[in-house]
Design a protein around this ligand. Structure first.
Ligand code: NAD
Ligand code: SER
Length: 310
């Protein structure tokens, strides 16, 4: 049975992933970790762990006999543009630390998420292929491309089973998003259920890939359980579930909350990031190699989000 460490486990993905992993592998087989000392919402084994602290990272891996790591600790795109050097440290040095500790201390497999942020304006933005130009303009994107390459390097050079997904914007109701460009697609629901108008920082016609959290959790677990000989890419798979603009999302919410209104105050930093990201990704490699098949489209996701937040 796997013994799993999750870094950055108190973030938007982590709080839900630890629960999904514990249902699959057992409560005591999943060690949550994050910067905070207190961790009421870890609901099980928890370690305070900064991924820049290599000594503690090694201790935790050894003490719990970790065999698999889900490395989620990172700074997201918008925060990363405000703190580029910190984003480099956490996203790059942190990932390198995890790979190094893993290969030296008996870990067999590591999951590191990449992102639509690994693409840039020179990438084909419609039906973005799995293998294509990657020249991102953000520090976040730079660290994501380098993280993808590091995963391939540690797999080829050291035989570590490094896998990962290029997630689109993730939509969920449990933990707030951590400062990304796609956060509007979560925030908007909180305003809609309170009966308040929402001010969106992106233009109404900005199309981005998105996914509802249950599909993202399923993808994290399914990819890591896929037989290695089935995988041609192994790492950095494009995965997506839906594409929409703020105005299309608003129209879908208005089917349930007819009085809901949106207005726009464009933030030039986040708008330019969004403009450089795909309008839609081609995720056929994930579908073919390990059976990726999302359950939630725009209308199903909106109905679920409103139900849970109410
Ligand atoms: P988040 O910002 O919600 O959570 C990140 C967590 O990492 C936080 O709890 C934070 O405390 C922790 N952290 C930060 N610095 C740390 C450090 N030095 N050591 C240990 N922990 C640290 O992020 P998330 O949305 O859960 O994203 C997790 C991963 O998924 C990231 O790699 C992110 O790039 C990727 N991703 C997320 C999305 C999304 O829409 N949420 C989309 C694509 C990719
Ligand atoms: N949701 C993430 C962000 O906007 C995508 O990686 O930063």
């Amino acid at each position: 049975m796997q013994k799993i460490l999750v870094t950055g486990a108190l973030g938007q993905i982590g709080v839900e992933l630890i629960d999904a992993l514990r249902k699959t592998y057992g409560k005591n087989h999943v060690i949550a970790s994050d910067l905070r000392a207190d961790a009421e919402n870890a609901y099980g084994p928890y370690e305070q762990l900064d991924v820049l602290d290599t000594q503690k990272l090694t201790e935790v891996i050894k003490e719990h006999k970790i065999t698999r790591i889900y490395h989620l600790a990172a700074l997201l795109s918008a925060v990363g543009e405000h703190h580029p050097l910190k984003a480099w440290d956490v996203n790059m040095t942190g990932t390198l630390n995890v790979y190094e500790a893993a290969r030296h201390h008996g870990v067999e497999s590591v999951f590191v998420p990449s992102s639509i942020g690994a693409f840039g304006a020179s990438t084909p933005l419609d039906q973005t292929p799995q293998d294509t130009i990657q020249r991102p303009s953000t520090m976040y994107g730079i660290t994501k491309v380098a993280g993808e390459l590091l995963g391939d390097y540690y797999a080829n050079k050291f035989g570590l089973d490094c896998r990962g997904l290029r997630f689109p914007g993730l939509i969920s109701y449990l933990a707030p998003p951590g400062g990304g460009t796609t956060d509007y697609a979560v925030e908007i629901f909180h305003y809609a259920v309170k009966g308040q108008p929402y001010t969106c920082y992106l233009r109404p016609d900005t199309s981005l890939d998105m996914m509802y959290m249950p599909d993202a959790l399923q993808a994290c677990i399914q990819l890591m359980e896929a037989p290695a000989d089935q995988l041609i890419h192994r790492n950095a798979f494009n995965v997506t579930a839906m594409q929409f603009t703020p105005e299309q999302l608003t129209a879908e919410i208005q089917k349930h909350v007819p009085d809901f209104t949106i207005n726009y105050e464009v933030d030039p930093i986040r708008q330019s990031i969004a403009d450089s990201w795909p309008n839609s990704m081609d995720d056929s490699a994930a579908r073919q190699e390990w059976g990726w098949s999302p359950e939630y489209d725009l209308s199903k996701m909106v109905a679920e989000m409103l139900k849970h937040l109410r």
